[in-house]
Design a protein around this ligand. Sequence first.
Ligand SMILES: Cc1ncc(COP(=O)(O)O)c(C=O)c1O
Length: 489
Amino acid sequence: MSQLETPLFDALLKHRNRHPIQFHIPGHKKGQGMDPAFREFIGDNVLSIDLINIAPLDDLHSPKGAIKAAQELAAEAFGADHTFFSVQGTSGAIMTMIMSVVGPGDKILVPRNVHKSTMSAIILSGAIPIFIYPEVDEEYGITHGISAESVEKAIETYPDAKALLVINPTYFGFAADLKRIVEIAHASDIPVIVDEAHGIHLRFHDELPISAMEAGADMAATSVHKLGGSLTQSSVLNVREGLVSISRVQSVLSMLTTTSTSYPLLASLDCARRQLAINGNHLIDKTIRLAKEARKRINKIPHLKVAGRERLHSSATYDMDPTKLLISVKDLGITGHQAEEWLRQNANIEVELSDLYNILCLVTLGDTKKEINLLVNALQRMSQAFDSEACIKETEVNVPDIPALAMTPRDAFYSSTEVIPFKDSAGYICAEFIMVYPPGIPIFIPGEVITQENIDYIQMNIEAGLPVQGPEDTSLQTIRVIKERKPIY
Ligand SMILES: Cc1ncc(COP(=O)(O)O)c(C=O)c1O
């Protein structure tokens, strides 16, 4: 089959064009049973392929036809031995990777700044996380990846580890020396599984960091929807044969996946793969040029700076994705959150994320010179608007501490717990996830000892208007902790 073909999308179109009388779910039946306003808005094209796993359309849980062919083309395009489609985002693919390689009591080496799906899978699997500290960038107040040296040390200390998880690249676009890390882990027969949520485009351009499959990793969970042009929620899990069992991966994926898999999502994966395979290099080249031009122009705006290759100085910060514009606004005397709000209100611009010191803007296949001009012009106006404050305020950069793990996340999750005031919780063991930024990366996970420094750090984020995610009490007046067992007198 050629990369020009889209077997799954074609099968859906062929089926639709036969106009079969449907006596199966979804009950809206090509939109006829749907709220008319929504039907009109979303359009009959999408509704006509919102179908279910009837025989002509194959089944993601046991693919033998069009889905199998589409996955095989994807594997070829992404340089994998096998590719599995995920309709549960990269979160679902990450959980599948982890639960395929570790079980109860197994040790898994993970950077501490992992996405919460990694911690969820660790809790569900019963594995024991051994945290590797990521490198910290004090200038921008962000965490990077892990160094090859720290991986070497972790394997020396825990030679019985069953897997190593690496983030390639991070949310901010920084990548570690993955090839070296894979060589180190493979020398001890430890499979390397990669959170590649922000890396679908890597394989298609030489100016980007190396992709997990090119680096020799065993599995990579990759969001096609984030930067590869498919619909939100659609991702792939790329697998290399050798240290992991393909049939085990398929059965774990099936355990974690809805039986009502969305065909519009699956078809969008099929078509995004075609676009990347055929035109990816050209489109990404254009994207890189746009981002480079934007970086140059933004760096000329007073009080603003964009993180670039000058941040690279170790095996943890080995390469970077230039399409990510991490813009520091701290010298302007405002928080990233204030910058986000200012851009929303004054320029109708929505950024990817903001934190205390930065905003993150993504340049993608969907951008043109016009959007770059609008962003640069808006940032120029913002710089002028806050110019007077920039001269007086000096901002100190704080990065959250990495707390000590007092019990496994799974034990903490299933322990007796109690709810106490957040401000009094220093010294207690946390029983829930608390996240501020980037979205999904926890400051506390179940099992960690709460520190006063991190309470202060979270308060600082709340005061700056940044949303807190994860706790049962969304206002974070209270927090769920492991119940203290008091002596009986
Ligand atoms: C580093 C990282 N890993 C995993 C995920 C989860 O990806 P998804 O939203 O596709 O489930 C994200 C989402 O933002 C992420 O930033």
